[in-house]
Design a protein around this ligand. Structure first.
Ligand SMILES: NC(=O)c1ccc[n+]([C@@H]2O[C@H](COP(=O)([O-])OP(=O)(O)OC[C@H]3O[C@@H](n4cnc5c(N)ncnc54)[C@H](OP(=O)(O)O)[C@@H]3O)[C@@H](O)[C@H]2O)c1
Length: 385
């Protein structure tokens, strides 16, 4: 359904955290939803939300959340909820989310726990809405009538797959993708990274982030089996991610080098392709679908976290200065070693360090300001209901 007069009752699990707060702001602005229930840990249970949470959003706390009493995350307390958004810590999300979808709730999770399960959609709604077809198989496998779980991706992944999808659809398969991220502090939740670690510094590794990003991209850009029972990740894209935490509050920046399997498009063709990219959520008129999915900017100082506005406005991926690199074979990593086999990660499964074959020739170098996770969750729900 693209729009509806029916207002859905929404619950937020992990409501007191960074993701939960963002959900509350977005739900309060979206006419399709009413905030019905807020859940968190025993630390918060029984308190009015305004006392249980350290509110960190730039917007004021929505009135409807302020006095809601925080519940524990037991499905029995959520009768009447149509949709459950989870911003739970990954250490507890697995069991709690399972108890909700097994109790026939529609669960949309930001946590990593179920992302790579073959019959669980890992969806970036401006990219792979066709993966919702997995829900029928998931329900059949688990014996559920209405319940299901859909996950969204790591925030760096969600920014990267949008332009990759646009380019892949227009110019054929990608052969290699090398990405270096400059990730904001808010991505680590609250209180997040210690100030002495991040002030005047760059943290050169985000534990677990690199393999997660590589796997997720392949799943999201992949297809489905013929009977739509499982996802079939891409197996011919070599991808390598290097992830850094930088002293920026909101907005991840990613430096991306790509190689196409076919003859590479020109820079102008790449720009046109990115500008023209559209998605199903727009066609359906979803409330939170971005007007322009990818903004190609020409200014030298854009995109940057400072120039791109608030997270809500960043439902776009600005890309300036696509260009043919001056140095053939170059790879951009944080240690600036310009050769693919000097990829810094040394991970045994890294598809760049370990691969043999012709040297990398990047056809273009692109900059991307990452989509924030909140941009992707809402159109997803609208599409499903
Ligand atoms: N931050 C991002 O940009 C981002 C992006 C993508 C995905 N994610 C994922 O989204 C999830 C939430 O991230 P976050 O940054 O919002 O984390 P966070 O700020 O640390 O919040 C964690 C939330 O989980 C709740 N919680 C912890 N233990 C619990 C328990 N035993 N039972 C019930 N609730 C419990 C906390 O409640 P209390 O306050 O009561 O302890 C809090 O509401 C994580 O899985 C993270 O990996 C985050």
């Amino acid at each position: 359904m693209s729009s509806s007069d029916r207002v859905l009752n929404a619950a937020v699990l992990g409501a007191t955290g960074t993701v939960g707060q963002r959900f509350i702001v977005l739900l309060s602005k979206n006419p399709m939803f009413r905030i019905h229930s807020l859940g968190a840990s025993e630390r918060s249970v029984g308190k009015p939300y305004s006392q249980a949470t350290k509110w960190k959003m730039s917007e004021l706390m929505p009135e409807e959340a302020k006095n809601a009493v925080v519940k524990n995350c037991d499905p029995a307390n959520y009768a009447g909820c149509d949709v459950v958004f989870s911003g739970l810590d990954a250490s507890v999300a697995g069991d709690i989310e399972k108890s909700f979808f097994e109790a026939d709730f529609a669960v949309f999770s930001n946590a990593k726990n179920y992302r790579m399960v073959p019959n669980v959609p890992l969806c970036v709604p401006v990219v792979n809405t066709d993966h919702y077809a997995l829900i029928a198989a998931q329900r059949a496998a688990l014996g559920l009538k209405k319940g299901f779980i859909v996950t969204n991706s790591n925030c760096s992944t969600s920014g990267l797959v949008v332009p990759l999808k646009a380019l892949q659809d227009r110019f054929g398969p990608l052969k290699r993708a090398i990405v270096t991220t400059l990730q904001a502090i808010s991505g680590a939740g609250y209180p997040g990274v210690a100030s002495l670690d991040i002030l005047d510094n760059i943290v050169p590794l985000i534990s677990g982030e690199e393999p997660k990003m590589e796997e997720e991209v392949l799943k999201i850009l992949g297809g489905l089996s013929q009977d739509t029972s499982v996802c079939t990740p891409l197996d011919d894209l070599r991808i390598s991610a290097t992830c850094n935490r930088v002293p920026v509050i909101d907005g991840h920046t990613e430096c991306v080098n790509l190689e196409f399997a076919n003859a590479p498009p020109s820079v102008e063709e790449v720009k046109r392709c990115l500008r023209e990219y559209t998605c199903e959520a727009q066609d359906l008129g979803c409330f939170s679908a971005p007007k322009h999915i990818i903004n190609v900017t020409e200014e030298e100082d854009r995109p940057s976290p400072a120039s791109t506005g608030t997270p809500e406005m960043a439902c776009r991926s600005p890309w300036p200065h696509s260009r043919v690199p001056r140095v053939p074979h170059q790879v951009h990593t944080t240690c600036a070693q310009h050769h693919p086999r000097r990829c810094r990660c040394q991970h045994p499964q890294c598809r760049v360090c370990c691969q043999e074959g012709p040297p990398l020739i990047c056809i273009t170098r692109l900059w991307l300001l990452c989509l924030r996770l909140e941009c992707v969750a809402m159109p997803l729900v609208v599409l499903l209901y």
